[in-house]
Design a protein around this ligand. Structure first.
Ligand code: PLP
Length: 364
């Protein structure tokens, strides 16, 4: 038998989240953002669940090839565009839409020989200051792009820096609208946070929305809102089992550094899950965890292959009992990944992407 730790990708939850997010922008088309191997889920494992979306947005060319290999004939978008002139050959061959965010990409495109003109998204830096043309140079970039025989339709994209927080999107949205309002083409602005929090504002309406994290059942604005508030479901569950038990006496400590010390007798379980599985080592004593679907807490330090948990709330638990590190227990109880991420001082995104190669995945 392999170690009992397993990750589950829930197709029903992926479908549910697609339907739920569509309701926030019913008139827009929706990209499923599947970069980073579908936020750690595996592109092949989310494909069925996301079939109802209008396109797949990603960064890596090999991921684009995998989406095509699955038989997807609809839009595929390289969110960062190309990295090398040869990438354009793949764009032509696989009909990939690609972002153009800098003059170097424009130069490469102008030298590309192709029979089929490309569909491109011209990217504006409206304040995030990562990728994109500044508003004052946007029109010049558009004119150049518009004259290239290699280019078919031009669409417009910008990315928000503060859609999840109090600053919101109004300022960046105004910059983007001001610089593009008289240019012909479709627009895409909203990531998950903007879609959930701002897409109903008339000035944020766009032709395409592009959620990632919310499709995977993590709230982009946690802890202000949780997935229950947004009515989203976890799509990735990390589950293992108890492989040992200890009866602690008052004064006994647990694990490396003896960082947890019992002040009274306590029944404790050992879980086959550690940081080598992608469970964050920074989770302190008290991080929530489900044993047999019952919520309890971790004790002491996370080690490479094991975690200790308090069995006080679940006295029936024993060797082989199911432990849900995050996601959905097999009996249905839910522990949002955002709560574990918060305990570790990070975000759900990072935990999803960090589940390690030694964890077997199952699609259900
Ligand atoms: C990752 C990404 C998204 C999706 O962001 P979420 O916060 O996961 O919804 C959207 N647009 C771009 C350009 C991205 O890189």
């Amino acid at each position: 038998m392999p170690r009992p730790i397993q990750a589950f990708v829930h197709t029903d939850a992926l479908r549910h989240n697609v339907r739920r997010l569509r309701a926030f922008a019913p008139d827009a088309r929706m990209w499923a953002v599947v970069k980073a191997n579908a936020y750690g889920h595996g592109i092949e494992r989310v494909f069925e669940g996301f079939r109802g979306c209008d396109g797949f947005a990603l960064l890596d060319l090999d991921e684009a090839q995998r989406v095509r290999a699955l038989g997807w004939r609809g839009p595929v978008w390289l969110l960062e565009g190309i990295f090398d002139p040869r990438d354009l050959e793949l764009c032509s061959r696989l009909d990939l839409w690609h972002t153009v965010h800098c003059d170097e990409q424009l130069d490469m495109l102008s030298r590309h020989k192709t029979q089929v003109p490309h569909r491109v998204f011209l990217k504006m830096n409206s304040g995030m200051n990562r990728l994109g043309f500044k508003p004052q140079s946007f029109r010049a970039a558009w004119s150049r792009l518009n004259q290239l025989p290699q280019v078919d339709e031009i669409s417009f994209v910008t990315h928000f820096s503060d859609a999840d927080g109090p600053q919101g999107v109004a300022e960046q949205m105004a910059v983007f609208t001001d610089a593009t309002h008289d240019l012909p083409g479709e627009r895409s602005t909203s990531n998950s946070a903007a879609l959930l929090r701002h897409a109903r504002a008339p000035d944020v309406a766009a032709d395409w929305v592009r959620p990632g994290i919310a499709l995977y059942g993590s709230a982009p604005d946690f802890p202000q809102h949780n997935i229950a508030h947004w009515q989203l479901q976890p799509t990735l569950s990390l589950r293992s089992q108890l492989i040992g038990m200890q009866e602690l006496q008052a004064g006994d400590s647990v694990g490396y550094g003896s960082s947890f010390q019992a002040d009274a007798p306590l029944r404790m379980g050992v879980v086959a899950c550690g940081y080598a599985d992608g469970y964050p080592r920074h989770c302190p004593t008290g991080t929530p965890v489900l044993v047999d679907g019952v919520r309890t807490r971790t004790l002491g330090r996370v080690s490479m292959d094991m975690i200790a948990v308090d069995l006080t709330p679940c006295p029936q638990a024993g060797f082989g009992s199911e432990v849900t590190l995050w996601g959905r227990a097999s009996k249905g109880a839910v522990l949002p990944i955002d709560e574990v991420a918060q305990a570790a001082g990070t975000v759900g995104y990072e935990l999803m992407c960090a589940v390690s190669a030694r964890v077997a995945f199952t699609q259900d």
